[in-house]
Structure formats: structure tokens, C-alpha cells
Design a protein around this ligand. Structure first.
Ligand code: HSE
Length: 296
């Protein structure tokens, strides 16, 4: 028997919603697994195609295997290994939720193999605990546009739908930026004016999506908590954001912890927006490619 799971890419933060907001995108990793009772979980054979095939780790160093192991032990079980085939479409370490996708697929797979002892909310708790913040995990597991926070170790999450005529245009630079590095540049505390600014920004961000008011995005994406500190890690990013708006996007920001820049765009402008972002990156010596995506 082959078990198959499919998990979406996700974009976290959406400007002002640092560590709290995220959305799923129509770009997926697929994991196929054939269990074999004679093989230990950590001895699972892994083969892959697509993104990062030369970086695939094995055993418990592999995030999918690790997540399967953690999920099984939460249920007081051990799982067999077997053979695994990965179809990777989400680029690694680019701010598109590849680590959440790996963790979520392991958690889902383990749950399927055990006859589904956990519900979706419990699967989200396990994934978010492993990742440390819930903003990619929630949309990876629930889909849509999610708000999430952690209270007493439990994830509280809510999903809302995104206006269907909006597109996400992601410009993906050809270099990796690891979340650890992008978190290390953030201050440990903030002044009141920045906190107040972000409370206002996130309120308008929600209104933009919930009431289909794209004109509010420029306020909602104007973050004072992480974006200003990270722009310097991504050459040309400020200009890329500006060029996307000039080309017709409603607004743009860093996707997750970067280096991808995500623009929200009406569908008829999406390709112009993508081309303009890529050529602006190029102007700053950065090779990138763009993809126009639906929201999941
Ligand atoms: N909220 C996280 C961050 C997302 O911005 O650091 C990246 O995993």
C-alpha cells in the first residue's frame, strides 16, 4: 500500500502579522511512502525529484522522518520505515514554508499510518511545536489565510478565505536565507510607537482581505517589526517591492523571513508584476525567477 500526502507552500507574516499570520499557496510538495515492517523508521530509503534533491538528509536528520517519529511517540507508538519518494516543488530556505511543509507531511503521514488517532487541530499542535511558531504550520495544515497564536502551549488558529481574483506573485532569488539568520537581526524589544503602528497595520491588513479592499494593503503591509531589519539581507528588496506596485500590484513584502518577495496582484497584472520584480532584482545583481500562484 502507498500512502500519499500533499502539503502546500506557505507565506508567513504578510507584512505586519509577524509570527501570527500566514497563507497557503498553490504550490505543493508530495510525499509517497510505502511502509515495510522489516525496516526501521530511521532506515527509510528516500529518493526525490525537484527542489533541493542534493540536500536531502536521511534518518532522524530528515524533518519528515523526525516528524513521523515525534507524532508516533505522542500516540505511544513506533512506526515502521519503508521507502519514500519526494516530489519537491517548494524551494528550500527561500521564505516559502519548506520546513513547515516537511514537518506537516511527516505528521500527516504518521497519522495516516496509525489509522488517524489525531484530529487536524492536534496535528497542527505537533507541527507548530516542532517549528517553534505557528504562522506557516497553520496554513500548511488548515489552508487559506490563517491567524494563529500559541496560548499555554496550544495553538489557537482560525482560517478565512481570500478574494479569489487576487494572485500571489513570488519573486524567488537564487540564494538561500535561513530563518535563524533572518531572526538574529531582529531587536529583542520594540518602542511603543512601533507596536502601536503594527496594531493599526494588522487591523487594516485583515480588513483588506476580509472585505476585499486592496487599497488597505499598503497600510497592512507597512510593518515596523521585522521587514525594516531584514531588507538589508536581501539586495534590492526595497526597490523590488516598489517596482511591483508600479507594475500594478496592490502591495508587496518579504515572504516569511525571505529572501522571496511576495506581491499581491490583480490577475491581469500578475505577469507584468513578476517581470518587473525579476528585472529589478537583476539590476541589483540578483538572479531570480517569478511564479504566479493562486491561494490554496
Ligand atoms: N514568522 C517567521 C519569521 C517565519 O518571520 O521569522 C519564518 O519561518
Amino acid at each position: 500500500k502507498t500512502y500519499i500526502v500533499r502539503v502546500p507552500a506557505t507565506t508567513a507574516n504578510i507584512g505586519s502579522g509577524f509570527d501570527t499570520l500566514g497563507m497557503s499557496l498553490g504550490l505543493y510538495n508530495v510525499v509517497q511512502f510505502v511502509p515495510d515492517e522489516n525496516v526501521k523508521l530511521e532506515d527509510t530509503m528516500i529518493d526525490a525529484e525537484g527542489e533541493g534533491v542534493d540536500q536531502i538528509t536521511t534518518g532522524l536528520d530528515n524533518m519528515i522522518i523526525k516528524a513521523m517519529d515525534v507524532t508516533a511517540s505522542k500516540a505511544g507508538r513506533t512506526l515502521p520505515g519503508g521507502s519514500m519518494y519526494l516530489i519537491n516543488r517548494i524551494p528550500f530556505a527561500r521564505g516559502l514554508g519548506s520546513s513547515s511543509a516537511a514537518l506537516a507531511s511527516g505528521v500527516f503521514l504518521a497519522n495516516l499510518l496509525m489509522g488517524e488517532p489525531f484530529n487536524r487541530k492536534e496535528l497542527l499542535d505537533i507541527t507548530a511545536e516542532m517549528e517553534g511558531h505557528p504562522d506557516n504550520a497553520a496554513p500548511a495544515i488548515l489552508g487559506g489565510f490563517c491567524m494563529a497564536l500559541i496560548e499555554n502551549g496550544n495553538v489557537v488558529a482560525e482560517r478565512i478565505d481570500i478574494p479569489s481574483q487576487w494572485k500571489a506573485v513570488v519573486a524567488i532569488p537564487d540564494f538561500e536565507l535561513h530563518t535563524e539568520k533572518a531572526r538574529a537581526v531582529l531587536p529583542a524589544s520594540y518602542v511603543r510607537s512601533d507596536v502601536v503602528h503594527n496594531i493599526g497595520a494588522v487591523s487594516f491588513l485583515m480588513a483588506a482581505f476580509m472585505y476585499n479592499k486592496p487599497e488597505y494593503l499598503k497600510f497592512g503591509l507597512d510593518d515596523h517589526v521585522h521587514v525594516p531589519y531584514r531588507l538589508g539581507l536581501i539586495p534590492g528588496s526595497e526597490e523590488v517591492i516598489r517596482s511591483s506596485v508600479k507594475a500594478g500590484a496592490y502591495g508587496a513584502t518579504i515572504s516569511g523571513s525571505g529572501p522571496t518577495i511576495i506581491a499581491f496582484s490583480p490577475s491581469d497584472k500578475a505577469h507584468l508584476v513578476g517581470e518587473s520584480m525579476v528585472s529589478t532584482f537583476k539590476h541589483h545583481g540578483i538572479t531570480s525567477s517569478y511564479i504566479v500562484l493562486d491561494f490554496d
